[in-house]
Design a protein around this ligand. Structure first.
Ligand code: FAD
Length: 480
């Protein structure tokens, strides 16, 4: 269907029609509430103890853990945009547990390692809430759990599998089965056929969290230069970040650039950059009441091309998902893709027909860093250069844990966190470009075709089915 007629049917209005022309609704709201102190671009050469490249959650949490352990450490954060200007300030705000990832975690690290990793993420979810309350950050933190809603018969098996695996590793309380009635009592959509509930999940206002972190770091004396792109990093030692307007030399460096690592030769084959888009409705609290979705639960379906949705404090629904596109570099397709907005909006209209008259008033996108294991990796490229990446669109809680690990790697501290199995674990890589992006695009389309057929009760096309399953056949932990 031509884009213009899709847009007319979907009741898209205002900023939803110009994705990428302005910052995400979250970030606009956070900047309006608290613009924060100026952090001008770097204008001279600096020396520091620790240099952090990237002012998203990973970089900011690393600076937080370092500065709270040692207030005298000289820490410099360099951010090409503004802190939270990347995905950290425009994601869905799902701070969610890893109990749904148990299958992969057990395959990679065994049951004991898998449970340790899940418990560490649970701790991170709580730590985010504690950090907000002890630092006066109103990031709309609400720990109400995560609802998985099956929209196809095949998804019920996935839910049963998640519940069984949690029981098998000795954590039955973490994942409970739900009937269709149970799911619809919490969030009523005619599409929901049953599901599962993971108690480990909190929603946050991601931009308020990122900007709050920035404020706390500035109060502690951490130096932040926004509008400062690192063009090159010499590993040294000392590590040297080269920018257009100055250099920063530091004993230790942390690369926290998420999907932009596609442009870093040492890391680029560890990820595929993929886009994800979110649409946001006008407030409609009375309709949320009518579908019983007042408990603040995070919700997603179980399509491989997942749709994820949540409510906001002012009674809106933020709904993410849809097609997404792969890209070799982080360009406009990650922020200005109207077709991806339409796909996300179509998902929303399908699942929530009672909201037909409520306009979608905003839409935005960003890059996610898909890793071969669907899980992030944290480690050191050199004794003095560390990194975290590969969150695969699920980095809100894991980036807090990564920050703790990175702080310990920087200071050489032996801790439970640095002994987690995903720290400095052997890395799998994707094929080189252009095969990586092309392959990702073909597989993604096949996955969507398969998901859609299953949801509509059709048999998936045999070719699409085979292509969708290809990544697993090749040893990647991605796809059905
Ligand atoms: C639309 C969308 C929805 C999402 N929803 C969720 C969700 O609900 N839950 C969840 O857990 N995860 C979600 N994610 C993923 C989540 O946002 C990320 O995993 C998380 O924010 C990663 O944090 P980060 O600090 O590593 O990366 P970023 O937030 O991307 O930060 C990296 C920063 O590095 C900067 N940078 C890059 N290169 C340079 C350079 N050369 N010099 C200086 N600075 C540089 C960038 O500008 C950026 O600000 C979503 C992502 C998107 C795009």
């Amino acid at each position: 269907m031509p884009l213009a007629s899709s847009i007319a049917k979907l009741n898209l209005e205002d900023d939803a029609l110009t994705p990428g022309a302005q910052r995400s609704w979250w970030l606009r709201e956070a900047l309006h509430t608290e613009p924060g102190a100026e952090c001008p671009p770097l204008q001279k050469n600096l020396n520091a103890d620790v240099l952090i490249i990237g002012g998203g959650f990973t970089g900011l949490w690393t600076a937080h853990y370092l500065s709270s352990a040692n207030p005298n450490l000289g820490i410099v954060v360099l951010e090409q945009d503004i802190c939270g200007g990347g995905p950290s300030g425009r994601n869905g705000g799902f701070a969610s547990g890893w109990w749904d990832e148990l299958d992969s975690l057990v395959a990679l690290y065994g049951p004991e390692g898998a449970v340790r990793a899940c418990r560490a993420i649970s701790q991170s979810i709580s730590s985010i809430g504690e950090f907000c309350s002890s630092n006066g950050i109103d990031a709309w933190y609400r720990k109400a759990g995560y609802l998985y809603a099956a929209t196809a018969p095949q998804h019920l098996q996935v839910c049963a599998g998640m519940v069984d695996t949690a029981r098998e590793v000795g954590a039955p309380e973490e994942m409970s089965p739900l009937s269709a009635g149970d799911v619809r009592a919490r969030c009523d959509s005619p599409a929901f056929r049953g599901g599962a509930f993971m108690r480990d999940g909190a929603s946050v206002h991601p931009a308020r969290l990122a900007r709050g972190l920035r404020r706390v770091l500035l109060e502690r004396g951490v130096t932040i230069h926004e509008g400062t792109r690192v063009e090159r990093l010499g590993y040294g030692p000392p590590a040297t970040a080269v920018t257009a307007t100055g250099e920063v030399r530091a004993g230790q460096a942390v690369i926290a650039v998420n999907a932009w690592a596609t442009g870093w030769p040492a890391l680029s084959r560890r990820l595929v950059a993929w886009s994800s888009y979110i649409v946001l409705t006008a407030p409609a609290p009375e309709l949320l009441d009518a579908i019983h979705w007042t408990g603040g639960e995070l919700v997603s379906d179980l399509r491989t091309s997942v749709r994820y949705f949540r409510t906001t404090r002012d009674g809106r629904i933020a709904f993410g998902g849809g097609g997404g596109r792969a890209g070799t570099s982080i360009g406009e397709s990650f922020t200005r893709d109207m077709r991806a907005v339409v796909e996300a909006a179509e998902g929303f209209r399908l699942l929530f027909p009672t909201f037909a008259d409520i306009p979608i008033v905003d839409a935005w996108g960003g890059p996610i860093d898909v890793s071969p294991t669907h899980l992030p990796a944290v480690g050191s490229l050199r004794p003095n250069v560390h990194y975290a990446l590969g969150y695969t669109g699920n980095g809100v809680a894991p980036s807090n844990l990564a920050g703790r690990v990175l702080a310990d790697l920087v200071t050489g501290t032996d801790s439970d966190e640095v002994r987690l199995p995903m720290v400095n674990s052997p890395s799998r890589t994707f094929p080189p470009q252009p095969l990586r992006t092309l392959g990702a695009a073909v597989v993604r389309r096949a996955i969507i075709a398969k998901d859609t057929a299953e949801e509509q009760g059709r048999r998936p096309n045999a070719l699409a089915n085979a292509i969708a399953r290809m990544p697993r056949r090749l040893g990647y932990m991605l796809g059905p």
